[in-house]
Design a binder for this molecule. Structure first.
Ligand code: GCU
Length: 614
């Protein structure tokens, strides 16, 4: 019997249920068959799919579910067209509006500023297929849940708004008018990562570049080429091939250093690599990047890689064996001047340029992996990076799917950026509440991070507590498993008045380096008054003056990261005429205006620059 409303065959509910399960199983197996993440797409042959995409706003997910809230086999992903004058098709991408990709949808039209839900994106493209060539569609990121289809076929699903993913389309692509459709859903969920509440705007959409990546039938899919932990001349890593021809000869060349080392990949296409190299080490003072060629018999990829060692010894952080102080600043991935998600090299150059002006040699990219262009710019500018996954505040610690999701985002973050010399710290979380379930959850992430990359420091931004009126204690049990500890404190803003910092002593349970990963206060640029009047630049300046004096007294402090470089949009900040849905803790306004507190930090960092070696 045909259902009159949705024209789907409903004979016996069990048959229908079996159909759905078969359909979902097909989806998962499709994504299961997909190769892992392709590293360094800029070092390969790519075709950009950026630009205007036709879109359909779908708050009720009518393009995905039928009226029985069952996944429909005839959803918008079919990109269907009426075949006759009496055919009933209730959507049409060609005559629908369009949105720019890359870009969040919230700042492209007033109507979508607060929109949380599904928007369908469609891009049509032609592609000349070639012998012995494979094709992948690569997304820099899509916030939050993306279902991807090509020519009506589901090719995969990705969860997580800040890490890249790719799907193979070699057997699905055709020469003419391919229809690439992405259902992007940024609805917040309690079991998601991040969960329901964040102090940043839930920008939705295809927020980063989308491209086609062409590879030979057997290609260099991924590689890890860095100095072994604590070594300044021992390169250790691996190369992974993908395809039929796997046990190939793999060669790593660093022409400028006269290095040309060959290894043999095993039957799974994995080649362990290791060799001595006398290289100029990457550092903020000399961010040396080498052209590195990774060659196999059937493929070659060029990358720019810096080599440096980073370790923690006692309360010291050692860069290339020498103690350093991380003069940092926190940054959200928000575009200066235009607002919305940052995604371009220009955005990165502006934001990191301001950090440099502040005197920073370190940035904490909060609270999620930022776009690859930001990391590569930090590599070029010599700015060290703290990179974090959005395990933020109170997620569902006991939910296995939440853990799997966090693990996946961690893997994708490390996979994409493990060859960036700038990245020195992987952060597992921000301001998460003490508890056994939380501790075991985060310990699993720490172990995973170490198994994926043993060459960097592992940390998290934690909280402190008072042991008495004057004494702050950092003794979060998670600290046991970390290399360096991050601590967020808002003495003078959420906790007392600015001068309170003068009376405080800091203690820490662990003989490890501390980075003060957040501190500060809020003031809209140009709002003036006396140093004790909230929301004035003078109050914010006052907070920083007392903070700097307090920070100087902490003997195990090895880094500072004020919250935050630039004012950013937040749904939790409604105060009219002051916040207007922006967090105003920036040292710089979202229009690039420097507040008085900026100069307090700049002065402190200039002092440090002269006293602590680069
Ligand atoms: C928190 C949090 C930030 C937030 C900041 C604030 O510590 O980590 O995401 O924006 O404080 O309250 O301004």
């Amino acid at each position: 019997m045909w259902c009159s409303r949705c024209r789907t065959l409903i004979v016996r509910s069990t048959v229908f249920a079996a159909l759905c399960i078969g359909f979902l199983a097909a989806v998962t197996t499709v994504s299961a068959q997909q190769p892992g993440l392709i590293a360094n797409t800029d070092g390969r042959k790519t075709i950009s799919l950026d630009g205007q995409w036709h879109t359909i706003i779908d708050p009720y997910e009518s393009g995905y579910y039928d009226y029985r809230y069952q996944p429909s086999a005839n959803g918008y992903f079919k990109d269907a067209k009426p075949k006759s004058k009496s055919d009933l098709i209730e959507y049409d991408f060609d005559t629908s509006d369009s949105l720019k990709v890359p870009g969040d949808w919230n700042t492209q039209t007033e109507q979508l500023l607060l929109y949380e839900g599904t928007i369908w994106y469609r891009k049509s493209f032609d592609y000349q297929r070639k012998e012995n060539t494979r094709l992948f569609v690569y997304f820099g990121a899509a916030n939050y849940l993306a279902d991807v289809y090509l020519n009506g076929e589901k090719i995969g699903r990705h969860e997580g708004g800040f890490t890249p993913f790719n799907f193979e389309v070699t057997n699905l692509v055709r020469d003419k008018s391919n229809s690439l459709i992405v259902k992007v859903d940024n609805q917040r969920r309690r079991d998601a990562v991040p969960t329901l509440i964040t102090d940043w705007w839930n920008y939705g959409g295809l927020t980063r570049q989308v491209k086609l990546v062409e590879t030979p039938a057997s290609f260099v899919q991924d590689y890890f080429i860095q100095l072994q932990k604590g070594s300044r001349n021992q390169i250790k890593g691996w190369v992974r091939l993908n395809g039929q021809k796997l046990n190939q000869r793999v060669t790593v060349r660093i022409p400028e250093a006269g290095i040309n080392k060959s290894f043999t990949a095993n039957a799974t296409g994995y080649a362990e690599i290791g060799f001595n190299a006398d290289l100029t080490l990457w550092s903020p003072g000399n961010p040396k990047l080498y052209d590195v060629l990774i060659e196999a018999e059937t493929d070659r990829v060029l990358d720019q890689i810096g080599f440096r060692s980073i370790e923690a010894k006692g309360t010291e952080i050692l860069l290339n064996g020498r103690p350093i102080f991380l003069r940092g600043i926190c940054i959200h991935e928000e575009a200066p001047f235009r607002g919305g998600r940052a995604y371009s090299r220009e955005d990165a150059v502006t934001l990191l340029g301001w950090a440099k002006e502040l005197g920073a040699n370190f940035v904490r990219l909060a609270h999620y992996p930022h776009n690859e262009l930001m990391l590569r710019e930090a590599d070029r500018l010599g700015i060290m990076v703290w990179s974090e996954i959005p395990v933020y505040w109170t997620i569902l610690w006991e939910n296995p799917a939440t853990l799997e999701n966090a693990r996946n985002q961690l893997t994708e973050m490390i996979t994409r950026d493990k060859n960036r010399a700038a990245v020195i710290v992987w952060s597992m979380a921000n301001e998460t509440p003490l508890g056994d379930a939380r501790l075991s959850f985060l310990r699993k992430l720490v172990e995973q991070a170490r198994s994926l990359d043993s060459s960097r420091l592992v940390s998290a931004a934690m909280e402190r507590h008072y042991v008495d009126e004057q004494t702050q204690m950092i003794d979060d049990p998670l600290g046991e498993y970390l290399d360096v500890l991050g601590c967020n404190e808002y003495v003078g803003w959420y906790d007392g008045l600015p001068e309170k910092a003068d009376r405080l002593e800091w203690k820490m349970k662990y003989q490890k380096p501390l980075i003060m990963t957040e501190f500060g206060g809020e003031a809209p640029y140009g709002h003036h008054g006396d140093p004790l009047t909230r929301w004035t630049e003078e109050y914010q300046e006052n907070v920083y003056l007392h903070q700097v004096n307090m920070l100087k007294r902490i003997s195990f402090l090895r880094g500072t990261c004020p919250w935050i470089l630039m004012d950013f949009r937040s749904p939790r900040r409604p105060l009219p005429g002051i916040q207007d849905f922006h967090n105003r803790k920036g040292l710089i306004s979202d229009r690039g205006e420097k507040k008085k507190a900026f100069y307090v930090m700049q002065k402190y960092y200039r002092e440090l620059e002269t006293t602590v070696p680069k």
